[in-house]
Design a protein. Structure first.
Length: 370
């Protein structure tokens, strides 16, 4: 499957299902993405292709003529993902600027799947233990993780044959229900790896808002979403770009590297404005530093489970949340939604690392009165 720019676009009459953030509904700086999905071998349009922007609530299905359209897209770097039965899935990075209307042609290549391989295998006691381990590493161990369920865990396959290595593969998209934040997540898992103290994964999630049963549940979800966003890595990277670091409750130190590694001695406050430069293409920015950043968020206490997760049982929860960040390549690129463009471009430690999928909000989410 290939995606390429489509210079001429004729909009046909169609019914589109769009999931958009209310935040951008009246924003004059938003953009549109429109396009068509066709069979690369025959040139015929493909209906019912699932098309979405990874990590967002913005998704739709192509109509009978293969057309799709997204309105109210926030500017930045997005991963356009297309999935259709009988054809290969593709994720394509695109950059959308404020006020832009981007047109795209998607050429899908037919692919033969062995459908019976999805549900075969012996899901025995060992598989159940691996599933619980996957829950801890992928979903997380925070209080909100207790309210998260994978609805189709049978599509997961695990491998732990090598000493200390644990990998997971999903034979179909994971359907995950987060009843703490009020989202259903369709997650196309491309990579999952754990070894020692390192966990990494990559994939394309689509968030869909659940319908609250009453006003109390709606208020509960709204409260939890705010708490999950504030103090997160995404919040920190947005605050840097909007020059809100002190106003938003962050304190940032640089930790120089010594001969043995990273030392917290002689740490010093840093001006985060100096770490940021405009990238070659708007609205992206370059973020660069050496050593390690210590990032303290002063407006929320630690989750009581964090102390146990960090194996620091000699103390109780602190009044602030402390995280650390290192760059795996320099510089990294970030967009206005606090998204790191480079896959595995940075490593997070401390509180940033404690929060996993259970505490993740869609990338376009902002709290009320932001």
């Amino acid at each position: 499957m290939r995606i390429r720019p489509f210079s001429i676009f004729v909009l046909s009459l169609c019914t589109l299902t769009l999931y958009i953030s209310e935040l951008y509904a009246q924003n004059p700086d938003i953009a549109d993405i429109e396009g068509r999905v066709i069979n690369i071998e025959t040139g015929t349009p493909l209906a019912d292709a699932h098309v979405f922007l990874s990590g967002t609530t913005i998704g739709t299905i192509s109509n009978t003529q293969g057309w799709f359209r997204f309105r109210n897209v926030p500017p930045g770097s997005h991963k356009l993902t297309i999935s259709i039965i009988g054809f290969g899935r593709i994720s394509q990075d695109i950059i959308v600027q404020a006020g832009e209307s981007k047109s795209i042609l998607v050429e899908a290549e037919p692919k033969v799947y062995e459908m019976n391989e999805i549900y075969v295998g012996n899901l025995d006691d060992r598989w159940e233990r691996y599933l619980q381990r996957f829950y801890r590493l992928f979903i997380g161990e925070s209080q909100r993780a207790d309210s998260v369920r994978i609805l189709n865990p049978e599509v997961l396959r695990f491998d732990s044959r090598w000493w200390g290595r644990f990998t997971a593969e999903a034979m179909a998209p994971l359907i995950i229900e987060n009843n703490a934040l009020g989202y259903q997540i369709t997650y196309y898992l491309d990579d999952f790896y754990h070894s020692g103290f390192i966990t990494k994964w990559d994939g394309d999630p689509l968030f869909t808002e659940l319908t609250p049963r009453d006003s109390l549940q709606a208020a509960y979800w709204n409260k939890n979403r705010k708490e999950a966003f504030y103090g997160s890595l995404r919040h920190f990277l947005i605050a840097i770009q909007e020059k809100r670091i002190p106003d938003d409750g962050f304190i940032v130190h640089r930790l120089p590297r010594d001969i043995q590694g990273i030392s917290r001695q002689n740490r010093f406050r840093t001006n985060t404005d100096r770490l940021l430069r405009e990238a070659d293409e708007e609205p992206l920015n370059r973020f660069n530093f050496s050593g390690r950043l210590e990032i303290i968020y002063t407006r929320q206490e630690e989750d009581p489970r964090y102390v146990q997760w960090a194996r620091d049982l000699r103390r109780g929860p602190a009044r602030s949340q402390t995280s650390f960040l290192e760059l795996n390549e320099r510089p990294i690129t970030i967009d206005p939604d606090g998204e790191i463009i480079e896959t595995y471009g940075a490593t997070r430690f401390g509180y940033f690392s404690f929060h996993r999928l259970a505490d993740k909000t869609p990338r376009e989410y902002r709290p009320d009165n932001w």
